[in-house]
Each structure stands twice: as C-alpha cells, then as structure tokens.
Design a protein around this ligand. Structure first.
Ligand code: FNR
Length: 362
C-alpha cells in the first residue's frame, strides 16, 4: 500500500528490524513522557490562516549559516544508521543532497566523515560529542573540516546517557559487523557487551562529563567552523550560548532520549527565540512529522527544523528511496500548509499565523 505520510514508516521499520535495533531507534528516556509530549504539543497550536492571497508561487528556499538550501527541513544526527540499512549514512547523505538540504552526520556514525564526503557533493554538518581525550576531538574536527563539513553541531545534553529502559532490557550493543567508523583504529570504535546498555557504558567511559561553557570557547580555538549548540531548552542557556560564541542554537531534547519530563521542544522554542533576540538563528528538532509542524516551528521563530527518527525508519524500510520520500512528503506538506495559510515565502510566516493554547486566557 502506498505510503502517504512520514509516520507510517515507523510500523514498517518495526516489522523489518531486529527488536534490539528498532527499540534503540524508537526509545525515549524512562517514562517516555517527553517522547509523547514532543508530538502532542504540536496539537496545541492551531492556525490562523489568511485568505485571498495569490499563492500560485511558493518559495520555500532559505539560507542556513550562509548556505542556500531548498527548504527549512534538515536532517538531525542519528547514530548507527547501518543498523537500519546496509547503506546507512551514505543513503542519507545522498537523499539529503538530492533534496537540496543539509545532513548532519553523527559522531557515532557507522560511516566515517571521509566516506560520507565521498558520496558526492552536499552541504553537511558534523555533530560532535566531546571525548575525554581532547586529541581525539581535535583530530576528528580537523578531519570533518577537511572532508568539507560546514559546521559543528555540538551536542551538550549528554554528559551521561539518558536511561532508555528498552536498551537496558535488550542489553543494547552495536552488532559485531559495525563500528563507530569515525573512531576506527583509535580503540574507541568498538562498543563492548555490557550488563545493561552497552552504549551507556561506552558514554560513561569516553564522554567528558566536565564539558562546560569554556569548552565551547576552546572548540573555537581548534576550528574556524561555525558552532551550533545542540540541546538548548531555556532562555538562560540561549544567552550563554551566544556569549560563548555560538553561531546558532538548536532547541532539542535529543528526541526525548536524555532527561525525561523536559518540555516538548515546540513548547521551549519561543522562550529561546526571544532570548536570542535575532542575534543567531534558532533551530528546532523533536517530533516533527508533518509539514504543519514545520510551519508552526517557523511561526514561533525557528529558522528551520531537523528530523531524526523519520530518517532511520525510512532507511530501514526503503534505504535511500525511503529517506528521499520522507523529505519529499514533508516538503509537499509544508508547501501546502504555506499555500493554505496564505504565505508565499518563509518571511511571510508570522506569529499571527498561529495561535497556541498558552496564548489564550486560562
Ligand atoms: C539521536 N539523536 C542524536 N543526537 C546527537 O547529537 N548525536 C547522536 O548521535 C544522536 N543519535 C540519535 C539516535 C537516534 C536513534 C535518535 C532517535 C536520536 C538525537 C537527534 O539528533 C534529534 O535530536 C532527535 O532525533 C529529534 O527528534 P525526532 O525527530 O527523532 O523526534
């Protein structure tokens, strides 16, 4: 049967993938309250569409950190994509570049920065986890630069791994035929079997829990690439990110996989946008599954959004073609949303095109 929306790929992925892999992709932390909330919160925002505007031409193009892309819909970093499909990150990279948008490659990719670069042209960002061994970090950043990656998305919400209970029950570990390719040969490329979650043990062993604002500045001494701080949920941290030299902010709760009972990202977005005062662009990820979600995020001040799970689910179902289809469906839905609400370009999308339940008197 024909797939008509992004969410349908989840059930197909569930059928196709081994339980350990699907659970790793799908899980949120603990009670998974935030996981549900990331979706539910979008339904608390309704449209105030404008009528009788000539919408025969719709322009969705935009510029992110100076790079022109076809639409404000980008790909978030998700780890271990070869667990979903043998072509893994290659397929994602090709699909993103065919759609004229940005792919963010995870530090924990099962393909290296060089391998992904070799798939052909495309605008790509590199997601960075900061390891205890700073030489490893410096080397990796240099390799990403050389491979033509255009920005670093510094993930700041993972000093320790969130408690994902399915992974603990499954004793999640990377299948033996896969490695963390960016760390191959560094002794950090393997994830050992553990008696709970292999990934949680790996993070505990390797990731630097001391990471703090001074390290955002340190990162700027080892690279000229712009830095996006990924994992901001408050006005306070938006201001500190800008002070620390961030080129942009990603409002993210890591797909609800880290701290449970943080708000949905769409609920936190406006506070962060206000604090940023237009000094740096603010992006959002978390629960975006519809073109209407994209519009709502832009109406609340986001410069663009990223999608995570839809990419791994569609990869599992149909490889590169699946990821292309996800991007195309979101693009089409977003275009339709713009037309039906009377917006011809992204700059015409305003706060007045939506009403959120927190706008209404209680
Ligand atoms: C992630 N995410 C993530 N983030 C990051 O900075 N580095 C990473 O390696 C990963 N890996 C990862 C794996 C999987 C399976 C998921 C689902 C998520 C978080 C990701 O970048 C993004 O913040 C969320 O996925 C966005 O939410 P949705 O679109 O999945 O709801």
């Amino acid at each position: 049967m024909e797939i008509t929306n992004v969410s349908e790929y989840e059930a197909i992925a569930k059928q196709k993938l081994p339980k350990m892999a699907f659970d790793y992709y799908a899980s949120g932390a603990e009670d998974q309250w935030t996981l549900q909330e990331n979706r539910n919160a979008f339904s608390r925002i309704l449209f105030r569409p404008r009528i009788l505007i000539d919408v025969s031409k719709i322009d969705m193009a935009t510029t992110v950190l100076g790079f022109k892309i076809s639409m404000p819909i980008m790909i978030a970093p998700t780890a271990f994509q070869k667990m979903a499909h043998p072509e893994g990150e290659y397929a994602t990279a090709r699909a993103a570049s065919a759609a004229g948008t940005i792919m963010t490659l995870s530090s924990w990719a099962t393909s290296s920065v060089e391998e992904v670069a070799s798939t052909g042209p495309g605008i790509r960002f590199f997601q960075l986890y900061v390891y205890k061994d700073r030489n490893v970090v410096a080397q990796l950043v240099r390799r990403a630069e050389r491979a033509g990656f255009k920005a670093i998305a510094l993930t700041v919400d993972t000093p320790r791994l969130g408690r994902r209970e399915a992974d603990i029950k499954n004793r999640f570990t990377l299948p033996p035929f896969l490695t963390l390719k960016n760390f191959e040969g560094l002794d950090l490329g393997k994830m050992d079997e553990a008696n709970d979650s292999g990934l949680a043990s790996y993070v505990a062993g390797q990731i630097d829990r001391t990471l703090s604002w001074k390290d955002v500045k340190w990162l700027q001494t080892i690279t000229k690439l712009p830095i996006l701080v990924k994992g901001v949920l408050t006005a306070e941290d938006a201001r500190l990110s800008i002070q620390a030299g961030a080129a942009g902010i990603i409002v993210s709760n890591h797909g609800a996989r880290q701290l449970d009972y943080v708000p949905a990202t769409i609920m936190a977005l406006e506070e962060v946008v206000k604090a940023a005062q237009g000094r740096v662009p603010v992006f959002l990820d978390g629960g975006v599954r519809r073109g209407t979600d994209v519009f709502k995020a832009l109406a609340l001040g986001a410069s663009g959004i990223f999608i995570g799970r839809p990419v791994v689910y569609s990869l599992a179902a149909e490889g590169e073609a699946g990821v292309r289809k996800v991007l195309q469906m979101l693009r089409d839905e977003f275009e339709l949303t713009m037309a039906l609400s009377g917006c011809r370009s992204l700059s015409e999308i305003t706060r007045n095109h939506i009403v959120a339940d927190w706008d209404l008197p209680k």
